[in-house]
Design a protein around this ligand. Structure first.
Ligand code: C2E
Ligand code: CA
Ligand code: CA
Length: 574
């Protein structure tokens, strides 16, 4: 018998032929000896063998080594007894790959009931199987980091609970959120933001044990699950270990960036009985860590939910407050350490809330940063400070330098230089009387960008101070490159300078660094005579702090400025 000749077939058969040619199922017709007489194009697509290569061959060429002889024996038994066989079967493609197909083999009989052909019809199950695997994977893992996603995390927590319940141990859920991630995304771009998330995921995974789960909820939020812990002390130790992964800078496509993260911790059974509650409470604790100055962790307490609620109302009110002119600036004098002569002021914002009274910035600035509201709010601060500066100049309070805090999100706005320029023009404030304070950690988010921006400010004659110096990841090599005028020693070092040798050493080191770089130096948070004395001894030029004056309203400042004798005497007497 030769190959089936389609040309000689009737019209009806030709139609049938077309169908067989276009179907996605592979079809093989063999004679009773098992020689292949005909295959359709789908056969070639699935197996990789051309028709010419297989004609007159035995379908055995497709055999994989995955089934034993019994399998084939049963197959033939069924075909001969029932006239057909149907099952999943592993076969091998021409390129050597094995694949799973759904195969139906039927015998075709002639008029006398004798078998003349066998027809095999099959389709590839591998693709749909892979798809199923993929869907399963996608449903449980995060595509960017390959870490467990929200669903799998919840499942792991719930399973973990059952597990620790039996062993009478505790389980901890860590909610980690990268500080200022939005800013990184906005300045360096989303691609770099993604790379950063991947790198963080990798470092987290590396720092944890095999049995701990590290997953990603989405955005810049990670969850870490610790099972079988004995006590909170152990858990806090792990928290410190986790935050340590941020000590090293991240290299992102040529950028070096120093970042930190904040973490909230909830514990089963005390802080929640299921995954949802544990995650939610860990998140609340994370917000608390952010509010407390970021780069740290907090254990959840029930009081925090109340705080979270307050935060929400503050956020709502804040937007209206700018229009309603509820924000005010207070000014804290900065003085020459040895004489008490006022050389400048730092503008510090307060919110005069109609119901809650004067709200300090600590309660709304980080929220304003998170929501981006800091951009219009900060612009108002620059404007108001410059307006006040000009007014004082007109009133005869000459040459007072006004320092304004610039949040990192603000100075990373593309048009910040233009904005400051236009404010200076509008208010008539002299550029050399304006000082911008940027925090050390903010400056280090993207140091190269900071350098460019500071150069622009220099060109305009604006002064620049590095705020909270000593608290960030100081990279001294950068500080020699930053075109700055002043270093502000963070108040945490001044706080116990008299009793803490380490802090004293840090303060002395900062003063000396400033000197050697030709910068001036100011100590903030000076509260006592002893602190002042020590700072004078260390030759710190300027001081700012409650010892001299708290932040005060513009009118109070004018009084203070106008009665220097009263003040100086008072000051020197102390
Ligand atoms: P900062 O820039 O480090 O400001 C110094 C803070 O220390 C001020 O708190 C000031 O009142 C306080 N302080 C000064 N001397 C002493 C002292 O002797 N003892 C103690 N215990 N504290 C002292 P304040 O006004 O509550 O501001 C807190 C933070 O809020 C500021 O820290 C700054 O980061 C932020 N902030 C305030 N105003 C603005 C603003 O207009 N824009 C931005 N972006 N941030 C602002
Ligand atoms: Ca400041
Ligand atoms: Ca400061």
């Amino acid at each position: 018998m030769c190959e089936i000749n389609v040309e000689k077939m009737s019209k009806k058969i030709k139609i049938a032929q077309k169908i067989l040619d276009s179907t996605k199922e592979g079809i093989v017709i063999t004679d009773i000896k098992g020689n292949i007489k005909w295959v359709n194009p789908a056969f070639t697509t699935i197996t990789g063998y051309e028709k010419e290569e297989v004609l007159e061959k035995n379908p055995r060429i497709l055999k994989s080594q995955r089934h034993d002889s019994l399998f084939y024996k049963n197959m033939w038994k069924s075909i001969l007894q029932k006239g057909f066989w149907q099952n999943e079967i592993w076969n091998r493609r021409k390129n050597g790959e094995t694949y799973l197909e759904w195969l139906t083999i039927s015998s075709v009989l002639d008029d006398e009931g004798k078998i003349i052909y066998y027809i095999s019809v099959f389709h590839d199950l591998t693709e749909s199987m892979l798809q199923e695997e993929y869907i399963k994977y996608q449903a449980n893992y995060d595509a960017l980091t390959d870490l467990p996603n929200r669903y799998l995390l919840k499942d792991r927590i719930d399973r973990g609970i059952t597990h620790v319940c039996k062993k009478k141990k505790i389980l901890a859920v860590f909610f980690l959120d990268v500080d200022r991630f939005k800013r990184i995304n906005e300045t360096l771009g989303h691609y770099i933001g993604d790379v950063l998330i991947q790198k963080i995921g990798k470092r987290l995974k590396e720092c944890m044990n095999e049995e701990d789960t590290v997953g990603r909820l989405g955005g810049d939020e990670f969850i870490i699950i610790l099972e079988e812990e004995e006590n909170t002390k152990q858990i806090m130790k792990k928290a410190q270990k986790i935050l340590k992964i941020f000590d090293e800078p991240f290299l992102l496509d040529g950028y070096t960036t120093y970042i930190t993260a904040s973490m909230g911790i909830s514990i089963y059974p005390s802080d929640g009985k299921d995954a949802d509650h544990l995650i939610k409470n860990a998140e609340t604790a994370m917000y608390r860590a952010k509010a407390k100055g970021k780069n740290g962790y907090q254990l959840y307490t029930a009081k925090m939910n109340q705080k979270a609620l307050e935060k929400l109302t503050i956020e709502n009110d804040m937007h209206k407050a700018l229009e309603r002119k509820e924000f005010v600036l207070y000014y804290q004098p900065q003085v020459e350490a040895t004489t008490g002569r006022i050389i400048g002021v730092e503008a510090l914002i307060r919110w005069n809330h109609p119901q809650k009274g004067m709200i300090p910035p600590g309660e709304f600035i980080s929220l304003a940063e998170e929501t981006g509201f800091i951009v219009p709010l900060g612009e108002w601060v620059i404007y108001e400070a410059c307006r006040q500066g000009r007014l004082w100049e007109e009133k005869g309070l000459k040459g007072i330098q006004i320092s304004v805090n610039l949040s990192p999100l603000q100075f990373q706005q593309k048009n910040i230089i233009e904005k400051i320029k236009s404010i200076l023009e509008k208010t008539g404030m002299k550029a050399e009387n304006l000082e911008i304070e940027i925090t050390e950690s903010g400056a280090m988010i993207n140091p190269d960008f900071t350098i460019e921006l500071l150069k622009e400010m220099k060109k305009m004659n604006i002064k620049v101070a590095i705020d909270d110096f000593g608290t960030g990841y100081s990279s001294l090599s950068y500080f020699t490159k930053f075109p700055i005028d002043k270093m502000k020693i963070d108040q945490s070092f001044i706080r116990n300078i008299c009793s803490d040798d380490r802090n004293r050493a840090i303060v002395l080191a900062i003063i000396n660094i400033a000197k050697s770089l030709g910068l001036s130096c100011i100590a903030e948070g000076v509260e006592t005579q002893d602190e002042l004395d020590l700072l004078i001894e260390y030759e710190c030029e300027q001081i700012q702090g409650y010892f001299f004056s708290r932040p005060i309203s513009p009118t109070s400042f004018e009084e203070l400025y106008e009665n220097p004798n009263f003040f100086y005497n008072d000051f020197l007497k102390k």
